[in-house]
Design a protein around this ligand. Structure first.
Ligand code: AMP
Length: 274
């Protein structure tokens, strides 16, 4: 992979990279299409990274289908699929990790200890392997996007990070590889996430600026849907990821909710389209 990228770079080719864990949906494909527009060569990695899963999380049952993924990627104009085995990414004796300290403390960092350390470590490794000029991420995982941007700035990594909007199903459910876990009635409950984000934006449009008041109404709406168990609903600064009490500028409402056994996340930046 390094040799391929280096040869392309020497010819003046621009490389765009889309890191993924596979089991593609329209959200992934849209990142690939946009990456294609911005570059001469699109590299997609498919790697279910063990270091970003906690011991009680869904690593072993995470959905996988390489054949289907490679067909979909080809149709989207992807040039290279990088599909490494664990033994190459983390050989025996592996001991180096990247930790972005502050922006990973809140939100998913609280409920998934070690998760972002795994994400930033694997992305640093993949950036060194793929040598891209740009890497494209979805803002569905907003905190991940912020953490990667911070890592790239802090470690002087020579690439640009592009964040793209969340792709949703027609009914508003944010696309996710984990949506396949949802049974029909659970999926209906999953719609309470987007409904709560829309409610939050409506309250904001009506002039409400108290984070506590908006969170309380969003919480109520989700709690009223069956099978839901709220992990967090928070309003934070889009740059620092720290909680804010009063919404003034650049505020994000982010939530994580378990619907039966499936943990869903979603978010919305106040003032943006939803
Ligand atoms: P994953 O395979 O879930 O690790 O996701 C790979 C990339 O796709 C990450 O940058 C995600 O943020 C992005 N992504 C996942 N779901 C969506 C979505 N619904 N809309 C936009 N990007 C997404």
């Amino acid at each position: 992979m390094q040799k391929y990228s280096e040869a392309l770079r020497c010819e003046g080719g621009k490389i765009a990279f889309v890191p993924t864990m596979g089991y593609f949906h329209e959200g992934h494909i849209e990142l690939m299409r946009q990456a294609k527009k911005m570059s001469d060569c699109v590299v997609v990695s498919i790697y279910v990274n063990p270091t970003q899963f906690g011991p009680k999380e869904d690593l072993s049952r995470y959905p996988r289908d390489f054949e289907r993924d490679s067909k979909m990627a080809e149709e989207a104009g992807v040039d290279v699929i990088f599909f490494p085995p664990n033994t190459e990414m983390y050989p025996e004796g592996y001991q180096t990790y990247v930790n972005v300290e502050e922006v990973t403390k809140n939100l998913c960092g609280l409920s998934r200890p070690g998760h972002f350390r795994g994400v930033t470590t694997v992305c640093a490794k993949l950036f060194n392997i793929v040598k891209p000029h740009i890497a494209v991420f979805g803002k569905k995982d907003y905190q991940q996007y912020v953490a990667i941007k911070k890592m790239v700035t802090d470690l002087n990594m020579d690439l640009d990070i592009i964040g793209l909007p969340t792709v949703r199903e027609a009914d508003g459910l944010a696309m996710s590889s984990r949506n396949v876990y949802l049974k029909d009635n659970e999926r209906l409950s999953g719609l309470s996430l987007i409904a709560s984000l829309r409610l939050a934006q409506k309250l904001y449009d009506q002039g409400e600026r108290s984070a506590a008041k908006i969170i309380s109404e969003a919480r109520q709406l989700i709690q009223n849907a069956p099978y839901t168990d709220i992990d967090y609903i928070k309003i934070c600064d889009t740059g620092t990821m720290k909680d804010i009490e009063k919404i003034e500028k650049n505020a994000l409402i982010a939530l994580a909710v378990k619907v039966s056994q499936t943990r869903l996340i979603d978010n919305h930046v106040f003032g943006e389209n939803i």
